[in-house]
Design a protein around this ligand. Structure first.
Ligand code: SF4
Length: 133
């Protein structure tokens, strides 16, 4: 078993935790005793922070709904469909008809770019972040 010190990605608190790795698979998580934020504590999400990593239901490729069923698509195809749909809604109903929800699993830089995309490209201030919940 190998322990990897990292930061919980579930919310903006940034608790320190160890991921426990066995045979190249993450099999558990536990708090970092000396972490200045969490000081040997984790909430239930942190204790289960490893659960999604190897989950069979995790998305590994873009999916596009066709005739009511989700089917694998290339990134180019999925991005084009998304861009077309966003442009259509903004054109027909105005920029405040759309909104963006960012993720604590993204980096600060990715979240910065997402709010820029919402405000400068889509033209809306409708942007929020799961870490605020
Ligand atoms: S989800 Fe829980 S363990 Fe993870 S950073 Fe937030 S408070 Fe800490």
């Amino acid at each position: 078993m190998r322990d990897v010190l990292t930061v919980c990605c579930y919310c903006g608190c940034g608790c320190g935790l160890y991921l426990h790795v066995r045979d190249d698979r993450v099999v558990g998580s536990s708090p970092s005793r000396n972490h200045p934020v969490s000081r040997n504590n984790l909430c239930v999400r942190g204790w289960n922070a490893h659960g999604f990593i190897h989950d069979a239901g995790r998305l590994t490729e873009p999916l596009v709904r066709r005739n009511g069923r989700l089917r694998p698509a290339t990134w180019d195809e999925a991005l084009q469909i998304t861009a077309d749909a966003l442009a259509r809604v903004v054109h027909e109903h105005g920029p405040d008809a759309v909104g963006v929800v960012a993720s604590a699993k993204c980096t600060n830089e990715e979240n910065y770019l997402l709010q820029k995309f919402a405000r400068a490209v889509l033209g809306t201030n409708n942007i929020d972040h799961c870490a605020r919940l």
